[in-house]
Design a protein around this ligand. Structure first.
Ligand code: HC0
Ligand code: SF4
Length: 580
């Protein structure tokens, strides 16, 4: 261990650590915007993390340096709050604000902006450069899932880094020069034209300002809630309930299921249901499809298809694996189809006047909803997708404090009642575990010894397991999350190094619990995964029924409407095709 001093406090460090890293470890605060330690990203572009260090060769015996790019040295003396540092930090902040669109009141980061925080940290009192050099830069709302407003970009490069480092995609770049400079799309002008982007939204999770965000459609939802001619069905995703509480200061991972039902009712929805129910239906179809592929020599490994970012990835980056994707629709896609058919029929509703709104921890789900193959008679099955962030914003707009609400049960079991298997979809490994609970039963005629299938749980990048499937032998399955990790697994499959029969992929690290539509936690990344995952498994443990094939409302669906899993009607409504 080496020693140095920050603000006369002795600190220990190892060779190669930056002053910023050492300070952070020692609990000494240095404001910064571009340095993002969860990603090991220290480009030194914002120039706010200034500190003064002793340097006998410098005039006056000290020098001001950026702490993120300067390595700590043995015996070094660092001061973080000197007059010179404070003056230079304020000037730097003023320059950053000079070409930052400061329409804060209408910004998607209102009340949750890191730029405002840092301005306060450096003590900015009067901003002499306020908007003086603004050059209009692109406002890009071309994509279904995301918004890019370069006028709010401070060129920190965090988004570029997460897309490259975590997703291995490199869809973003910092382009142009001078005041035109900001986040750009690699090899395309608009986001919609990107040959690479899969709309996972991970870039929005690390953007410190409102430069990147979701394509906000909250206003449309309110219009429909208000319209007496329209009946609205709202259903929320497995992970939505354990992530939205962050917007209201609730405990990390807090399960807000009952409070969400109350809140959605207060917004004016006619029916509140649960996507978890449709996840149970997905398992019935996907499990049957897997067994069919095993029996009839179909394309293996079968790959899950419920994650829309992953499906976009296969279509854009690996079309050679399109046949491996399960044709079963995602729970959102299944819910939409059944809302417009079975649900409408059972409730005597006109499907043309019914709107299905889903609440998702995901931006790519907006893109999924817009797929022409997921519509009937010219109407999308899923009419609107609100990210968890948009949902929280709607609640604030209506003065609804989720944390202060009582819980309400779902209206009826109809398309709501779900098992623990449906609940665990929200975390990496959940779809695989849910599928194995049912596939094992279908093949072997008895339940798995333990309903908990531990080898596919946890945050490890790639998880492998073997399961005894009777006449099909011992079958190898795998689970991967994060697209950079998925790319490696695909190359192992391609080269024959991996012999999986079934593969679960979630585009976002951690799965939907860390989806690109969840609440943004300032200056952190994936910091709540553990709490959210634990909460999801707790929900599973407390459900009376824990296997999809035990869900009475799903059994009724097949008895009264679809016949058998994999039937012709089930195929017509619950399966899909992929883009070339
Ligand atoms: Fe997910 Fe889903 S589990 S993708 O993460 O499969 O977004 O939570 O809703 O559709 O159920 C997201 C979460 C879902 C879907 C489900 C799947
Ligand atoms: Fe990259 Fe995902 Fe952002 Fe697209 S949405 S730019 S793929 S991080």
């Amino acid at each position: 261990m080496m020693k140095a001093w920050i603000n006369n406090q002795e600190v220990e460090f190892t060779e190669g650590e930056s002053i910023l890293q050492v300070a952070k470890k020692a609990g000494i605060f240095i404001p910064t915007l571009c340095a993002f330690l969860p990603l090991n990203h220290t480009p030194g572009t914002c120039r706010v993390c200034l500190v003064e260090i002793e340097d006998k060769s410098a005039p006056g015996g000290t020098r001001v340096v950026t702490s993120c790019t300067t390595p700590m040295l043995e015996g070094m003396r660092v001061m973080t709050r000197t007059r010179r540092v404070r003056r230079m930090q304020r000037l730097q902040m003023a320059w950053i604000f000079a070409d930052h669109d400061q329409d804060c009141a209408s910004c998607v980061r209102y009340g949750n902006c890191e730029l405002q925080d840092v301005a306060m940290y450096v003590g900015l009192k009067h901003n002499t450069c306020n908007g003086r050099f603004t050059t209009p830069r692109p406002f890009d709302l071309t994509q279904n899932g995301l918004l890019r407003d370069v006028n709010k970009c401070i060129r920190c490069g965090r988004c570029v880094e997460v897309c490259r480092q975590v997703q291995g995609i490199s869809a973003l770049t910092i382009d142009d020069i001078s005041t035109h400079c900001g986040v750009g799309i690699a090899h395309a002008k608009t986001w919609a034209e990107s040959p690479y982007c899969v709309q996972c939204g991970q870039c929005t999770m690390v953007c410190p300002t409102g430069a990147l965000g979701e394509h906000d459609q909250g206003e449309t939802a309110i219009d429909w809630f208000e319209d007496p001619e329209i009946k609205t069905v709202v259903a929320f995703a497995p992970a939505a309930r354990v992530t939205v509480g962050d917007a209201f200061g609730m405990d990390p991972g807090a399960n807000t299921e009952g409070q969400m039902v109350t809140a959605i009712k207060r917004l004016g929805a006619d029916y509140v249901c649960d996507i978890n129910w449709a996840a149970d239906v997905t398992i019935m179809e996907e499990g049957t499809e897997f067994i069919e592929r095993l029996s009839s020599g179909g394309q293996l490994p079968m790959m899950t298809s419920c994650c829309s970012g992953w499906v976009n990835y296969v279509e854009k980056h690996h079309p050679e694996f399109r046949q491996n994707l399960s044709t079963t629709r995602s729970p959102q896609g299944i819910f939409g189809a059944l809302a417009k058919t079975w649900f409408a029929r059972e409730h005597g509703l006109d499907p043309e006047k019914l709107r299905f709104i889903s609440i998702m921890p995901c931006t790519a789900k907006k893109d999924e909803a817009a797929r022409p193959q997921l519509s009937r008679n010219g109407m999308p099955d899923t009419d609107l997708v609100l990210t968890v962030r948009e949902f929280a914003r709607l609640l604030f707009q209506h003065g609804i404090r989720l944390d202060r609400l009582p819980s309400t049960p779902f209206d009826s079991p109809f398309m709501s009642q779900n098992t623990g298997a449906g609940a665990i979809f929200g975390t990496t490994g959940g779809v695989m575990e849910a599928a194995l609970r049912t596939v094992y039963r279908k093949v072997n005629g008895r339940e798995l010894d333990s309903v908990d299938f531990i080898p596919v749980r946890g945050m490890e990048a790639v998880k492998e397991a073997k399961v005894d499937l009777g006449k099909f032998g011992s079958v190898k399955v795998a689970v991967v999350h994060g697209l950079r990790n998925a790319e490696k697994v695909l190359s192992d499959i391609d080269s024959g190094r991996a012999d999986y029969k079934f593969l679960e992929v979630m585009a976002c690290p951690g799965g939907c619990i860390d989806g690109g539509g969840t609440i943004r936690i300032k200056n952190s990344y994936l910091s709540r995964s553990k709490a959210r995952m634990a909460s999801i498994y707790k929900i599973d443990q407390h459900r009376k029924l824990r296997r999809s094939h035990e869900n009475p409302d799903v059994i009724r669906l097949y008895d009264q409407y679809l016949g058998e899993p994999g039937s012709e009607v089930a195929h017509e409504l619950l399966h899909t095709v992929y883009r070339n």
